[in-house]
Design a protein around this ligand. Structure first.
Ligand code: CIR
Length: 253
């Protein structure tokens, strides 16, 4: 069960965020409203939410998930693969001191964005992507092992981050799309396929028995409900324009 979440209000500079989506610029006012609804959804699932102020210096800083990996025993500050995002870690490190005694930090030449890391109990799958390299993954695995946990790497080709295409919904249930459907590492899970036409909805989050699902993906919603989960739909269209999904918008711990 999760008790807390950390989010960061998007700044106006989000209009300059990294994007490959080709969906146009986000509407900032709408993004703010969507972010507020996202926070409400987390609270509905029982989380105490810490809302950090917008940081205009970093256009992608609302995607807090990428800059830290939070586990039961330690926090790991990442070193983002996107150079424009590396400065996001300094303030996150300070904030996490309020919540964690044990804080580790990925160092150069290791690069990691935690959107590439999926937690399954005490094991962490780490995607090797354009943002996360082997050296970074090795450092994370070393930290995890220091605290009695474990990690393993998964290669990916088609998506930005590992969790762009996959979501663990607890109870051995995994949502997967595209290249992840056939990965040997994931065959031990009950795989619930997300149709390629709704691939954005493979990035869902399980929060204490409820699954937050992006609004507007009816097949994905039906699949998740048929698997027995309560669903809350959250509209994150403006974050999608920056390649961001539901999971990227919070750290849950
Ligand atoms: C980026 O490219 O870094 C941001 N525009 C989107 C980050 C999304 N984060 C995630 O998938 N974990």
């Amino acid at each position: 069960m999760f008790k807390k979440a950390i989010v960061r209000t998007p700044g106006k500079s989000m209009l300059n965020g990294i994007s490959t989506a080709g969906l146009g610029l986000p509407d900032y006012e709408l993004a703010l409203r969507q972010h507020a609804s996202y926070i409400e959804a987390l609270k509905t699932c029982g989380l105490e939410v810490t809302v950090l102020p917008a940081d205009e210096a970093f256009p992608d800083s609302t995607f807090v998930e990428d800059v830290a990996l939070l586990t039961k025993k330690c926090a790991i500050i990442t070193n983002p693969g996107a150079d424009s995002r590396r400065g996001e870690i300094a303030s996150m490190k300070e904030i996490l001191k309020d919540f964690y005694e044990n804080i580790e930090e990925v160092q150069e030449p290791g690069r990691v964005e935690a959107g590439d890391i999926m937690m399954v109990a005490d094991h962490f799958y780490i995607g090797l992507s354009e943002r996360t390299n082997q050296e970074g993954a090795d450092q994370v695995i070393g930290f995890l092992e220091k605290y009695g946990m474990s990690g393993s790497v998964v290669t990916l080709k088609e998506v930005l981050h590992l969790k762009t295409g996959i979501a663990y919904l607890e109870e051995n249930n995994l949502l997967a799309c595209g290249e992840f459907l056939t990965k040997p590492a994931f065959q031990k899970f009950n795989i619930f396929e997300i149709d390629l036409s709704e691939s954005y909805a493979a990035n869902c989050i399980w929060v204490n028995g409820t699954v937050l699902v992006p609004q507007g993906y009816p097949k994905a919603r039906a699949t998740i409900e048929a698997a027995g989960y309560k669903v809350i739909e959250v509209d994150v269209s403006e974050f999608r324009k920056l390649d961001g999904g539901l999971s990227c918008l919070s750290l849950r711990f």
